[in-house]
Design a protein around this ligand. Structure first.
Ligand SMILES: Cc1ncc(COP(=O)(O)O)c(C=O)c1O
Ligand SMILES: N[C@@H](CCCC[NH3+])C(=O)O
Length: 473
């Protein structure tokens, strides 16, 4: 390993408790007025005005025990909103999370790209684009949506192991940075460049083969991964790129995985990438970008877990980026939006099978699949204080699958039909992974913004499904 590996990271701030998740504080109550869902013009970059923990995002009121979002009671919102379940977001929290990355990146050349796959709500994308974020995309439709949202295509990265010719042509046309994932992907990117006549800036996606210590389904940077090039073939890739006058190799990319909770993992990978950068430069390429992907985890446990912040993450690679004179590209998704949202559900009923108690709610694995798919924990609580007996419940949906659950073995005050119950940290990979299984309709989305409730996406209707089936009504 080269010089950097033996050095400690100068100026690294100690890990501090993440200012995310549930906070307890007293705030004045605001009435829940719903704004009409029509589009709003997005103004200049949003100014962050509230410090974390003071009515920022979701928290329990210390005096009344109600669940709040910013200054509004979730229970009041629930009574204003006709649909259930629905996703409820705090704009303050989203912009605070983005501002945390901006602050962390101070002092280095950087391109923070929001991973649209985490949440592709157009209004949320518009807010982040207006605040100056770039975007990381994995499909042509994400690119189209990002363009509508106002992201500058030249500040977007197109990633993926199965990019289609039409998607690559669109990306080439718009001047998007494109990651090379394999031999065939390189051939397709070159073909797109030739077809459009555009010069394309490309990055090589390299697997540093560092274990991110996460669920196998969200681990992406090992040598065994389906993503990225074969490292042993790197010279072949360089030779092929050299032969293509319309391709310019401008950087290297790695993405280790998601829900990562230790920043030394990012440093280990960055050091390996540093060796690749040096080797590629020696081959005569003028690299500008080191893209370390996304992957920073959040405290889903709500137990005050001490997790690294964006500053901890950036500080761990700061010296590497500076020494190499590169622009650092980051691709956060989860850590930008997860904590900004709760899925608000209604209790349908409570039952027992003799050995287990169940709270049956109207949300399900179709609305939010992470617990069913990964066994992921997302914190669950009632929207109102309760003096009912606390029991252990599985919180389940109505889908015709035994794997349809939102939480297992949760201690909750016994709720009754009609009560509000939320699944926390639902801003990332929840709505964007929702489905129509059992013909459940994907839910509406609401945003709390400046003390007001704004509908930012309609609930899907059965008519939409019938139209897609050429039937209409
Ligand atoms: C290439 C790439 N970049 C960025 C992300 C975003 O990751 P996260 O949401 O964990 O920050 C992902 C998803 O894991 C990804 O595959
Ligand atoms: N969908 C996953 C994350 C996948 C990240 C994309 N590579 C999750 O919910 O945790």
């Amino acid at each position: 390993m080269q010089a950097l590996s033996s050095r400690s990271v100068a100026g690294r701030s100690p890990c501090v408790a993440r200012a995310q998740g549930r906070h307890v504080c007293v705030v004045p109550r605001a009435a829940a007025t719903v704004e009409k869902p029509e589009e709003k013009v997005v103004g200049a970059a949003w100014q962050f005005t509230q410090p974390a923990g003071k009515g920022l995002g979701f928290y329990t009121g210390a005096e009344d025990g109600y669940l709040y979002v910013d200054q509004m009671r979730v229970e009041d919102i629930r009574h204003q909103v006709p649909e259930s379940p629905f996703y409820l977001y705090s704009k303050n929290r989203i912009m605070h999370n983005y501002a945390s990355y901006q602050q962390a990146l101070a002092g280095i050349d950087s391109l923070p790209c929001y991973a649209v796959k985490a949440n592709n709500n157009l209004i949320i994308m518009k807010e982040l684009a207006a605040a100056g974020a770039g975007a990381v995309l994995v499909s042509g439709n994400e690119l189209k949506m990002a363009t509508v949202a106002g992201f500058d295509p030249k500040r977007t990265v197109f990633n993926g192991n199965g990019k289609l010719p039409w998607e690559l042509e669109l990306a080439a046309e718009k001047g998007v940075l494109i990651n090379i994932d394999s031999e065939f992907d390189l051939a397709n990117i070159a073909a797109a460049a030739r077809k459009t006549g555009k010069k394309v800036s490309v990055l090589l996606r390299i697997n540093p083969d560092v274990d991110p210590q996460v669920h196998a389904y969200v681990s992406t940077g090992l040598a065994s991964s389906k993503f990225g090039i074969r490292n042993s073939h790197i010279k072949w890739f360089l030779d092929e790129i050299r032969k293509e006058p319309l391709l310019e190799l401008v950087g290297v990319h790695s993405h280790l995985g998601s829900t990562i909770t230790k920043v030394n993992i990012f440093r280990d990978a960055a050091l390996i990438m540093c060796d690749f950068v040096k080797m590629i430069r020696e081959e005569g390429f003028n690299l500008k970008y080191l893209n370390i992907g996304g992957g920073l985890g959040i405290d889903y446990s709500h137990q005050g877990q001490v997790l690294p912040t964006p500053t901890d993450l950036i500080d761990t690679v700061r010296d590497i980026v500076k020494e190499l004179g590169l622009t650092l590209v980051i691709e956060p998704g989860r850590s930008m939006v997860a904590t900004s949202c709760a899925l608000v559900n209604t209790v349908t009923g409570v039952k027992t099978n003799g050995s287990k108690n169940f709270v049956v709610i109207d949300g399900s694995m179709a609305t939010l699949i992470r617990p069913s798919l990964y066994g992921a924990y997302q914190h669950i609580e009632l929207t109102t204080p309760s003096k009912e007996a606390v029991q252990v419940f599985d919180v389940v949906g109505p889908i015709c699958e035994s794997g349809d659950y939102l939480g297992k073995d949760r201690e909750l005050p016994t709720p009754k039909a009609g009560d509000g119950i939320v699944v926390h940290d639902a801003g990332a990979y929840c709505m964007s992974m929702a489905s129509n299984y059992n013909l459940k309709m994907r839910p509406a989305e609401y945003l709390v913004e400046n003390g007001k409730l704004r509908k930012i996406r309609h609930e899907e209707r059965l008519e939409d499904q019938l139209k897609a089936s050429f039937e209409g009504l």
